[in-house]
Design a protein around this ligand. Structure first.
Ligand code: NAP
Ligand code: MG
Length: 488
């Protein structure tokens, strides 16, 4: 039972419109490669219209700019109510367009409701400070919205990414133009309809479906866009930083994936570590930026660990994301499936030991078997590049000191994890690993209240928590002459 598709046009100034060119593109179901719908394809001309609408909505004295911060929070809470009411439909639409297991999209959508309420609660807690500056002055700071924000989304977790960026920007008082990933426009469009229903004024949220090379480039080069928040590949992240610098020095937040190390010490609880290591790399078929794609296992437990890891990978049930028995769904599209299979071939050629999986599963859709490589060496391609697929690469190490250096020997720095029962190991690892997020005796734990982002080439800036809101704000210092001494 395919979910009904209700929105396929562009959303500009609270209206559903065709693209100016009249062009459309197909969007697909990764389960079987079938076409779901034709979606309006926006390009520069549509981005111009959307940015103009967002600029008008951000103008001084506009409804949005004059709105009390508390009221922004109320609208976002109303939006959370609507997302909660429509959570099943949204989760189905996400799975249909993205291939995510329905269990996962349902859990993420329900978590997202809590996330929206948390961020909504910050709208009226954006506070400056008073500063004891030099001289006869009264000095204070204001935190003000940065302006029109271009939000460029990836395809891997579309609902979560939409909400992380849009809700945070709105809580801060910004206006937005969103470009969803070409593969997954449908949930973004539906969420826009709910934002409108919740009372977001016209022009505050605009959605332009389209391709990165056209719509995306137009947004990153637009002189009226003050900030870009982007999640996706490192390659495109670099282009966005260049575009931001070449034009009006846009503020940027970049979240660019990783090659995250997960370290298992001899003293770890083995069964728990094996389970989390599998979760860390096979969740959503490895299509997550924080995937634990370099698994370092200490020599004393190496053989036993590898045996356990293979058992887990073997038993994952591959199947339709809509089937509640399925534990492993398809990759997003044929291109990504081929790219991941290419990495698996590289792993074999370069001498890693393939223990399970390694092939396309079935002949329909874009399924890949959960794959485990052991005896992986640091200089192999599968240990260096982000695969974004269900490939567990296991490496052996001897000491904590050695593994910290090896964990840090990467251009990325998004996430890291360690399993150990020794508190010194845990703290020394957390202190020294070069990553924006560190998990000890869990992987992917916590929630949206905490900041999230990367060191090194994994990104710039943070999303989540209060740090996330700050990324959409400018700080203004106001200094007023006032004699300290009262003279009359
Ligand atoms: P991508 O090309 O970086 O796409 C991410 C978003 O940026 C999409 O909306 C894309 O539009 C847009 N875009 C592409 N080129 C652009 C440009 N020059 N200017 C502005 N926007 C542009 O990622 P991908 O091709 O979908 O996936 C490739 C690899 O990226 C994956 O293998 C994975 O390693 C990584 N990735 C990482 C994350 C993450 O969470 N960090 C998420 C997704 C992918 P289109 O719709 O035209 O692509
Ligand atoms: Mg792309």
């Amino acid at each position: 039972m395919a979910p009904e598709i209700r929105y396929t046009k562009l959303f500009i100034n609270n209206e559903w419109v065709d693209s100016i060119s009249g062009k459309t593109f197909d969007t697909y179901n990764p389960h079987d490669g079938s076409v779901i719908a034709k979606v309006s394809e926006g390009d520069k001309a549509d981005i111009d219209l959307a940015v103009a609408a967002a600029k008008k909505a951000f103008a001084r004295n506009s409804e949005w700019r004059l709105m009390d911060a508390r009221q922004r929070g109320k609208i976002l809470n109303r939006f959370a109510d609507l997302v909660q009411e429509e959570a099943s439909y949204l989760a189905e639409l996400e799975s249909y367009n993205n291939g995510m297991l329905l269990q996962l999209s349902s859990r993420l959508t329900s978590n997202a409701v809590d996330g929206i309420r948390y961020t909504a609660s910050l709208a009226d807690k954006i506070e400056g400070s008073t500063i004891p500056a030099d001289g006869d002055v009264f000095c204070y700071t204001l935190k003000q919205p940065v302006g029109v924000c271009g939000l460029i989304l990836p395809w891997n977790v579309p609902i979560l990414m939409f909400l992380n960026k849009v809700v945070t920007a709105l809580a801060a008082g910004c206006t937005t133009v969103v470009k969803p990933a070409e593969q997954t426009p449908l949930t973004a469009l539906y969420l826009a309809s709910l934002l409108q229903k919740a009372g977001v004024p016209a022009g505050v949220v605009n959605i332009v479906n389209g391709y990165g090379e056209t719509a995306g480039v137009a947004l990153t080069h637009h002189p009226d866009v003050a900030k870009i928040s982007f999640t996706g590949s490192l390659e495109v992240g670099k282009l966005i930083q260049q575009a931001a610098g070449a034009n009006n020095l846009k503020r940027i937040t970049l979240e660019l994936g990783g090659k995250s190390p997960l370290v298992i010490m001899n003293d770890a609880d083995l069964a728990t570590a094996i389970r989390f290591a599998a979760l860390g790399v096979f969740t959503h078929q490895g299509q997550i930026c924080i995937a634990a794609s370099r698994l370092f296992v200490q020599s004393g437990i190496y053989d036993q660990f590898v045996k356990g890891a293979v058992e887990v990978a073997k038993t994952l049930k591959i199947g339709n994301p809509f089937d509640s028995q399925s534990q492993h769904g398809p990759q997003i599209d044929e291109g990504m499936m081929k790219k991941v299979l290419g990495y698996i071939e590289k792993g074999k050629q370069e001498g890693a030991k393939l223990l399970v999986g390694g092939k396309q599963a079935g002949s329909k859709g874009y399924y890949i078997e959960p794959t485990v490589f052991a005896d992986v060496q640091d200089d192999m391609t599968i240990a260096k590049e982000e695969i974004f697929g269900p490939v567990q690469s296991i490496l052996k190490f001897e000491t904590l000191d050695e593994v910290i250096d090896r964990a840090n020997a990467t251009n990325y720095g998004l996430a890291a994890g360690i399993f150990t029962t020794n508190v010194n190991n845990a703290i020394q690892f957390a202190n020294n690993v070069e990553a924006g997020v560190v998990w000890v005796n869990n992987y992917m734990g916590g929630g949206g209240q905490a900041p999230f982002g990367g060191f090194k080439e994994s990104g710039i800036g943070r999303e989540g928590g209060k740090h996330g809101v700050d990324e959409y704000l400018e700080v203004k210092t106001v200094t007023i002459s006032v004699p300290k001494k009262v003279s009359n």
